[in-house]
Design a protein. Structure first.
Length: 276
């Protein structure tokens, strides 16, 4: 069933687990993610980045995800991941997204606050929750992190009225070899606000740190790189094993099963299985 993300994340916060937010850009990934959620009886967020929207087209991508969600026996939210402009937030709301994120983390704090507040207002007019980001996640091998300053949290949350807050506490976009979460920083921030907290860059974080983060206040975890790596790795392996296969449906069915297995593993790690 298609729902907003608000109740599922509030339930996660109340009961000490995290909702998985998994990125897609096509039919195959979408089906694999939702199949995993159904198999594990877990609430799930299916996310699209701006790059995914450019690739698939917002109308087509939103339509296929909403259709798959409506036919699912578990709660599914359609989420905009890292929206960088008010324009893309509006487009996604118009397309029927049930959850949005405005990412102003590359802006100065005042501008981030102002624009995130604008995005949250637009979302709330549609009864859709809005996520903001404070601090900045770098990209492995490209840029460094700017950790969230706990002194900025309370004012940012109050002025923007966001529903969830994404933090920078040591994870990065992509998969690095030295990602380690600043759990004490997370605990401090969690003590300052009652808002549900979000971890981006979850693909490169060790399982032990994921579990510590959940017990310290993280209620939503984003996974993108792991899914794309799993898809492309399995596709190469299957094509190598079956070089004469001419039916893409046969090839992609195997890849989808591998991605589903990965997503199920993450759901169990996050503790959101059997929570519908």
């Amino acid at each position: 069933m298609l729902v907003t993300s608000k109740q599922m994340i509030l339930s996660a916060q109340k009961n000490g687990y995290a909702v998985g937010c998994f990125n897609t850009s096509d039919l195959e990934l979408t089906k694999a993610i939702i199949a995993a959620a159904v198999a594990q009886q877990a609430p799930v967020m299916v996310a699209t980045s701006e790059k995914a929207i450019q690739f698939g087209g917002i109308a087509a991508l939103a339509a296929l995800i909403k259709e798959e969600a409506k036919n699912a026996s578990v709660p599914v939210a359609l989420h905009l991941d890292h929206g960088k402009s008010i324009h893309i937030v509006k487009e996604c709301l118009d397309a029927g997204y049930t959850s949005v994120m405005f990412d102003g983390s590359e802006l100065f704090l005042d501008k981030n606050t102002q624009m995130t507040a604008e995005a949250a207002k637009l979302a709330h007019e549609r009864n859709v929750p809005c996520e903001g980001e404070l601090g900045h996640l770098g990209k492995v091998g490209v840029s460094s992190n700017q950790l969230t300053n706990p002194d900025d949290v309370l004012e940012f949350v109050q002025k923007t009225e966001v529903d969830f807050l994404a933090l920078s506490i040591g994870s990065s976009h992509g998969v690095g070899s030295d990602e380690k979460l600043e759990i004490e920083l997370l605990k401090k921030i969690n003590s300052l606000t009652k808002i549900p907290l979000v971890l981006h860059g979850g693909s490169g974080v060790p399982d032990g740190d994921i579990q510590k983060a959940i017990s310290s206040g993280i209620c939503k975890i984003n996974i993108d790189t792991d899914i794309r790596h799993e898809f492309t790795k399995d596709l190469r392996e299957i094509l190598k094993e079956h070089p004469d296969e001419q039916d893409p449906r046969e090839i992609l069915a195997e890849v989808m099963q591998k991605v589903q297995t990965l997503v199920e593993k993450k759901i169990k790690l996050f503790g959101s299985n059997n929570k519908t």
